[in-house]
Design a protein around this ligand. Structure first.
Ligand SMILES: [Zn+2]
Length: 688
């Protein structure tokens, strides 16, 4: 099997999307896994003194080929899904996963990396090389490589049980969500609810042979009912059902997640102790930017102290508005979303549809490119390459002298065969191969509206302001991948960047979407060509910060609960709080502004931290926002499109990738440690 017979094995340039077929996947993956295993054996059994050239380079070469080929398969599976491709993807995924699991457990490789880091020659490696080796050692250790045999077996048992219990947690939430329904006999009881939600409810009841309307706890139904239904009893019923999902107060005791939460916390603590840490939070924070749980708690409380007055103000306004004109004297939890929507509509009357007419696609792309070309001193031009769909576009980034920096694909429009959402994916990572540089390539994928073809004419795609923000966000991730100057695999581009810092470059880019100087050049009414009116922009800006105090303290409540639970709660002794729910109640005492009813069992469905990757990591949302806002504040000081500030951000943050700690990169760029002020100011939380 060679590149001539299988295009997935051709690594001479960009992926050959015009030639790759689902039938190529299995033979390519098998060839690459055989090659990789042979390399691992050769390196593992090599008796010579380990060096960068005999250990790291051969492994990086074979892993790079595997990642590139498998990356193409995963990408195609996500953007042009067909039954054949899906079969090929799912058929090979377990093989790729199993190989990576083997690699993480290979003690011969672990010993080689340890020898590399202990050797005197370690000091003569460049910083990126040292960081790559240190990361490998860290991951081996956190994977239990240093444990004695018996403890290693127990460690593996814990991992397996945790995977099962976490999956069960998710299943319970899903089952509890799906099993609940509320039938409303007549449409007048749904007054206020958007027509499309009512139509859907009518169809859902009809599908069961029932008359009337079927309401569910799934978000596209639950949320609009809470936001818009005039029927207060209905809101109350739905609120209680949602807030008691998967709890002892829910419909089915078999779905109570309480015992699972206890088990998950117990297993996580045992895992942490096996690895020699005091708490699971300590384990979780090792590969993150935050240094300790105490740092995270101090950060959350500092932000809390400064946001709380604004949250109280937001809530007081809402209460007053609920009393009059809404006449909701005993304002309750099930009225909050409803009153908020009414107040928002009253204050900032403008339509998303109106705004959208000002953001035709070409204008937005030109505006985006203008921003990054100006601040980073780069040039972007469209080029030709094989693509997977006729609407996909391809671009090259070069420096001012015309030298190639990186390349990217734009796959912007929603399609039926495409996964929802927006994301940036790495197609090729920058690294040195012999005497040449392998340039980075990125996929930027969105689900934006496509141009509308009407007979012979085409109406350009127009984006909402949220769409524009999404595009800027993903492009920020893309630039992190593409503007890297690191030559070492594993720490170039977004590779090896701390998990709580990876959103810095993306959220940073969003700020430009709120700059008048940027927007006035980036907008042109699709029919009249007029730029966005200033008054409309001011309304958008005011609406952006509507109830930002309340939204902030809500996130801080989740973040504090998560960190205290994983850093301080002892599930065996039920100490210093008798239960996770009691801890949440204490956190709410400390920071919450909106009272919750006693039945609220929100944590029983808090999948982010009990079933997802956010355990002792929920704070990351706010953490990265602080970094991005504070980074952007230098541009506010020096000029929003300042090439000097841009060069510094490129040199110290984007170019460095994972080759040094994110905090060092930030301080080198900003000249000091991160501060909260810019985020508070951007969210309208400043004394006026
Ligand atoms: Zn992102």
């Amino acid at each position: 099997m060679t590149a001539e017979t299988n295009p997935l094995l051709d690594f001479s340039g960009l992926p050959r999307f015009d030639a790759i077929r689902p039938t190529h996947v299995t033979p390519a993956v098998e060839t690459l896994l055989d090659d990789a295993r042979a390399t691992v054996e050769r390196v593992g059994n090599d008796v010579r003194t380990p060096t960068w050239a005999t250990v790291v380079e051969p492994l990086a070469d074979c892993l790079d080929r595997l990642e590139r080929a498998w990356g193409v398969v995963a990408h195609l599976n996500a953007v042009v899904n067909t039954p054949e491709l899906r079969d090929a993807y799912h058929g090979n995924l377990p093989k790729v996963t199993a190989f990576h699991a083997e690699l993480a457990q290979d003690l011969r490789l672990y010993a080689k990396y340890r020898a590399l880091s202990d050797a005197p020659s370690f000091a003569s490696l460049d910083p990126a090389q040292r960081k790559a080796i240190e990361n490998e050692l860290r991951d081996f250790k956190l994977g239990g490589a240093e444990l004695p045999v018996l403890k290693k077996a127990r460690f593996k048992e814990i991992q397996e049980e945790l995977a099962n219990v976490c999956a069960e947690f998710d299943d319970h939430v899903l089952d509890a969500t799906n099993a609940w329904a509320h039938y409303v006999p007549t449409a007048d009881l749904l007054a206020g609810v958007p027509a499309d939600v009512i139509d859907e409810a009518l169809a859902a009841a009809a599908a069961e042979g029932k008359s009337g309307y079927k309401l569910t706890l799934r978000m596209p139904c639950y949320l609009p009912v809470l936001q818009y239904a005039e029927n207060r009893d209905l809101r109350k019923t739905m609120h209680r059902a949602n807030a008691t999902r998967a709890s002892e107060l829910g419909a089915n005791p078999a779905w109570d997640n309480g015992p699972l939460i206890d088990r998950i916390l117990t297993l996580r603590q045992e895992e942490a102790r096996l690895l020699g840490f005091k708490s699971f939070a300590d384990v979780s924070l090792v590969p993150k930017m935050a240094q300790s749980s105490a740092d995270v708690l101090a950060f959350l409380r500092d932000l809390g102290g400064r946001a709380t007055p604004y949250a109280k103000r937001d809530y007081a306004e809402l209460q007053a508005f609920a009393r009059a004109p809404l006449l909701l004297a005993d304002f309750a939890a099930w009225d909050v979303a409803f009153a908020s929507e009414k107040l928002k509509a009253k204050r900032f009357a403008f339509s998303e549809q109106e705004v959208k007419q000002y953001f035709p696609e070409e204008r937005v792309l030109a505006g985006l490119f203008r921003v990054v070309e100006t601040i980073y001193g780069i040039q972007i031009r469209e080029a030709r390459a094989a693509v997977w769909h006729p609407t996909v576009r391809f671009f090259e980034i070069s420096d001012r002298a015309g030298a190639l920096v990186g390349q990217f694909y734009f796959d912007l429009y929603a399609r039926e065969d495409k996964q929802g959402g927006a994301w940036m994916g790495d197609a090729i990572n920058r690294r040195r191969v012999g005497s040449t540089i392998q340039h980075p390539v990125a996929y930027m994928t969105c689900n934006l509206p496509a141009p509308i073809v009407e007979g012979a004419s085409t109406k350009p795609a127009c984006f909402t302001h949220d769409d524009v923000i999404t595009l800027f966000h993903e492009f920020g991730h893309g630039l992190h991948q593409l503007l890297t100057r690191v030559d070492v695999a594993g720490v170039s581009g977004i590779q090896g960047v701390e998990w709580d810092a990876v959103e810095l470059p993306s959220q940073f880019m969003e700020n430009f979407c709120w700059e008048w100087d940027v927007l006035k050049h980036m907008s042109a009414h699709v029919e009249t060509q007029a730029p966005l009116p200033r008054e409309l922009f001011e309304k958008m800006l005011a609406a952006k910060n509507f109830q930002s105090g309340l939204a902030t303290v809500r996130q801080l409540e989740f973040g504090l609960f998560d960190m205290l639970l994983h850093a301080q709660y002892d599930p065996a002794k039920r100490n210093p709080w008798p239960s996770p729910q009691a801890l949440l109640d204490a956190v709410r005492q400390e920071i919450a502004v909106v009272p919750r009813p006693a039945y609220d069992r929100f944590i029983q469905a808090f999948g982010h931290i009990f079933a997802g990757g956010y355990a002792a990591g929920y704070y990351s949302y706010k953490w990265a926002e602080v970094l991005s806002a504070d980074a952007y504040s230098l541009f506010e000081e020096e000029g929003v499109l300042s090439p000097a500030a841009g060069a510094r951000f490129r040199d110290e943050v984007l170019a460095r990738g994972g080759s040094r700690p994110a905090l060092e990169s930030f301080v080198a760029f900003r000249g000091r440690a991160p501060q909260l002020d810019a985020l508070l100011r951007h969210n309208g939380m400043v004394a006026s």
